[in-house]
Design a binder for this molecule. Sequence first.
Ligand SMILES: [Zn+2]
Length: 59
Amino acid sequence: MAADTVRIMCPNLTCRKVLAVPGNARGKTVRCKNCGTNIRVPAVNANGDGHAKSSAPAA
Ligand SMILES: [Zn+2]
């Protein structure tokens, strides 16, 4: 688990830049280097990397 990178999208609708932050930034707040918005890095990878949860959103 060396190259653990978390990809998050900037919530700023006029920016929406995808930021790649190191895994050790989980649970912390990073700053978008494009627009300066503070973004909370999710502590758990929600991009299908898990295997236990099989609950799909009912939307
Ligand atoms: Zn941004």
